[in-house]
Design a protein around this ligand. Structure first.
Ligand code: NAP
Length: 247
């Protein structure tokens, strides 16, 4: 897929699914702006990896849940890259507990990053995409946003919220040639899932019809398609990338 002369902003693009998406888009020729909140050395390693594709790569410290700070970063990205064509809302956190033990902070933190962070980023680039009469927005939901999961009420609610947000913004921006879609990964091998006990991992794997855990690249391939010119007539869609787990 060809992304030459396109600029992509990827939240949480220094590792896991976000890094795989950044690599796939850079491989197609996109300039990349990565937003991160974590370890600076990890961020530097990701930048070096992305620069191998020969396009412009910059990193910005940015907590997507902070409306004003993320707005300033998005303005800086537009200024430094000239324009933005693709927004990938990938940043996400978990605070897994049964509601019995879940406190308000656990709920607010997950909604703040996953759902409000996605809103914040869409809001900051909304006018830019409208003015450019074109753009791609892809957000990372989850199959638990479709089917729920015990112990993930906060996370599932945030991911279901992303689907409603995606469909609404898709309707708002379709006439401006801006597509807005979501992917709903199943069980993907990243830092987020590596922390699960081995017994839980084996049980989950056994439930996947494809009989394997997904890779970040499995998700990146679908995201890249949704960002491509070929996907111009796909909007408001949610694509499961789950090896059949939520069929
Ligand atoms: P991960 O390795 O834990 O990566 C999460 C990313 O989110 C990191 O890059 C992190 O940035 C970023 N992030 C966290 N809080 C942030 C904040 N406040 N502002 C900006 N960035 C923030 O997890 P992953 O598995 O790659 O997950 C990527 C996305 O896929 C998430 O939205 C997750 O919910 C979703 N997902 C994952 C799975 C799965 O099985 N792995 C399944 C369904 C959906 P730093 O690197 O700077 O810390």
């Amino acid at each position: 897929m060809n992304f030459e002369n396109k600029t992509a902003v990827i939240t949480g693009g220094s590792r896991g699914i976000g890094l795989a998406i950044a690599k796939k888009l850079a491989e197609g020729g996109a300039n990349i702006a990565v937003l991160y909140v974590g370890d600076e050395s990890e961020g530097k390693a990701a930048k070096a990896e992305l620069e191998q594709y020969g396009t412009k790569v910059e990193q910005y410290f940015c907590d997507v849940s902070d409306f004003e700070k993320s707005k300033a970063v998005c303005e800086q990205v537009i200024e430094e890259f000239g324009k933005v064509d693709i927004l990938i809302n990938n940043a996400g956190i978990t605070r897994d507990k049964l509601v019995l033990n879940m406190d308000e902070k656990d709920f607010d933190a997950v909604i703040g990053v996953n759902l409000k962070g996605t809103f914040n980023m869409i809001k900051h680039f909304y006018k830019h995409f409208m003015k450019n009469r074109g753009g791609r927005i892809v957000s990372t939901s989850s199959i638990v946003g479709l089917i729920g999961n015990a112990g993930q009420a906060n996370y599932s609610a945030s991911k279901a919220g992303i689907i409603g947000l995606t469909k609404s913004v898709a309707r708002e921006l379709a006439g401006r040639n801006v597509t807005v879609n979501a992917v709903a990964p199943g069980y993907i091998g990243t830092d987020m899932t590596n922390v699960l006990p081995d017994k839980v991992k084996e049980t989950m794997k056994a439930q996947i019809p494809a009989k394997r855990i997904g890779t970040p690249e499995d998700v990146a391939n679908v995201v890249a398609f949704l960002c491509s010119d070929e996907a111009a007539y796909v909007t408001g869609e949610v694509i499961r990338v789950d090896g059949g787990l939520a069929i």
